[in-house]
Design a protein around this ligand. Structure first.
Ligand SMILES: *[C@@H]1O[C@H](CO)[C@@H](O)[C@H](O)[C@H]1NC(C)=O
Ligand SMILES: *[C@@H]1O[C@H](CO)[C@@H](O)[C@H](O)[C@H]1NC(C)=O
Ligand SMILES: *[C@@H]1O[C@H](CO)[C@@H](O)[C@H](O)[C@H]1NC(C)=O
Ligand SMILES: *[C@@H]1O[C@H](CO)[C@@H](O)[C@H](O)[C@H]1NC(C)=O
Ligand SMILES: *[C@@H]1O[C@H](CO)[C@@H](O)[C@H](O)[C@H]1NC(C)=O
Length: 385
């Protein structure tokens, strides 16, 4: 069989991967609420507290929305933005409650968990909300730590997309001593420090030296996934790196970040093409994620890098350690093209040594043997067609 044919098949396969874009959100609370001006204040604060992006990341969620009148009584208490975030997160139930389900609570009363509970900010069970069917068909809501008082009642259903997201209006803000307690600003995560201390110092230094760290830091609050190559991977890549112009160096570094939070589990269940911080209009700068059992790999078509472990997971930030520098096809020749028409080109990127010693910091030990088999059989499969 001819190599051009193999290349065409590979292209087809790649286009197939491209078509299954994965970072798309199932819902967008900001957009859903934008249609209702009476919830504009609530919507505004979901955005400024970054709760909106956390809501969008959840598969199954119920938002207890407050209209502008209920919001102004809440805002009159002059809470800090961080306290307001805790209070509003108590109004986001991490389960699906449409109007029907709310009016038919089994045994007439239930306690349900909220985003306030899920973030770990709520002591004990103070992040739970009591939903009770009251006389006359009313539905009452109260924070669990509110001495049995149900402060709010169901007003109306605003939007129901079973079983993804339900937005219902409630009459008043839920009172909760714990959520209203003064909160300090969350400790500032220092990305370069996190990486430097855990075997990615070389990569962190490149971020700082190039100024690319700014773009990473800008994205930290709204959700950021970083793939940092080990020190030895960066070391063996340095000759190629030094060859790049300043702006291409920045693109290469930005290629190691995704502007959304992706846990290891999310990476495993959302196989497919990922956009990166370097993605910009015509420059796709994407790579595809796949996994075989416990091994997650990132394929740029130039190089396949393996996830070795997690350096830091503190939503909205997660930092993975990977065994090879990700080389975008925009900056380097894809392996296919190289084999087809440039036999004299330098050693394929895939032959860079993956080092075992760097694996020790990883939380998850991810074995690689199987992956090699999959990649090999894929290639053999393509070559045989
Ligand atoms: C609900 O979410 C799932 C998973 O994100 C998605 O596939 C499905 O289309 C969504 N359902 C609706 C009605 O939007
Ligand atoms: C959600 O919708 C808003 C308003 O339409 C838009 O500005 C924002 O970018 C969207 N967010 C996502 C994650 O798509
Ligand atoms: C919810 O609150 C009501 C009123 O205080 C109380 O009677 C009920 O037992 C509570 N439900 C649960 C499940 O704790
Ligand atoms: C992060 O830590 C490094 C070294 O510890 C320090 O030089 C840098 O200024 C810190 N960056 C931020 C944004 O605090
Ligand atoms: C650097 O770039 C030159 C010219 O494009 C090329 O010939 C050389 O192989 C490159 N060196 C490395 C290490 O990539």
């Amino acid at each position: 069989m001819s190599l051009p044919k193999a290349a065409t098949l590979f292209l087809l396969f790649f286009l197939l991967l491209l078509s299954s874009t994965t970072t798309s959100n199932a819902h967008n609370i900001t957009r859903l609420l934008a249609k209702y001006p009476q919830f504009s204040t609530f919507n505004h604060y979901l955005t400024t507290t970054h709760l909106a992006s956390q809501i969008n990341r959840r598969q199954t969620i119920t938002v207890l929305a407050l209209d502008n009148t209920a919001m102004s009584s809440l805002l009159a208490k002059h809470y800090s933005l961080y306290t307001l975030k805790n209070i509003l997160s108590l109004h986001v139930l991490v389960d699906y409650f449409g109007s029907k389900k709310l009016h038919r609570i089994s045994k007439r009363s239930t306690l349900t968990s909220t985003m306030f509970q899920a973030t770990g900010a709520a002591p004990g069970t103070s992040g739970y909300v009591n939903i009770t069917n009251l006389k006359g068909g009313k539905v009452g809501f109260g924070a669990e730590d509110n001495e049995g008082k149900l402060d709010a009642t169901f007003v109306k259903s605003i939007k129901e997309i079973p079983y993804n997201i339900s937005i219902v209006q409630i009459s008043h803000a839920l009172n909760s001593a714990e959520a209203e307690a003064p909160t300090a600003a969350p400790s500032q995560l220092n990305l370069t420090e996190i990486m430097s201390k855990q075997g990615c110092k070389a990569f962190a230094d490149l971020l700082t030296a190039s100024g690319a760290d700014d773009k990473f830091n800008e994205n930290m609050d709204a959700g950021l996934t970083v793939f940092c190559p080990t020190d030895s991977a960066v070391k063996s890549f340095m000759p190629k790196y030094k060859n790049l112009t300043a702006s291409k160096k920045v693109s290469l570094l930005l290629y190691h970040g995704i502007p959304v939070f992706m846990s290891l589990q999310m990476l495993k269940t959302n196989n497919g093409v990922m956009n990166t911080l370097a993605t910009d209009g015509a420059n796709s700068y994407d790579f595809s994620v796949s996994n075989e059992d416990e091994v997650v790999s990132l394929d740029t078509t130039v190089v396949t890098s393996k996830v070795l472990g997690i350096l830091k997971e503190e939503e909205p930030l997660i930092v993975f350690k990977i065994n090879k520098v990700l080389m975008p096809k925009e900056l380097f020749k894809p392996v296919v093209a190289k084999e087809a028409n440039a036999p004299e080109a330098d050693a394929p990127a895939d032959s860079e040594p993956a080092d075992a010693e760097d694996n020790t910091n990883g939380v998850q030990g991810l074995g690689g043997g199987r992956l090699v088999m999959v990649v090999l059989s894929l290639w053999i499969g393509i070559l045989l067609i």
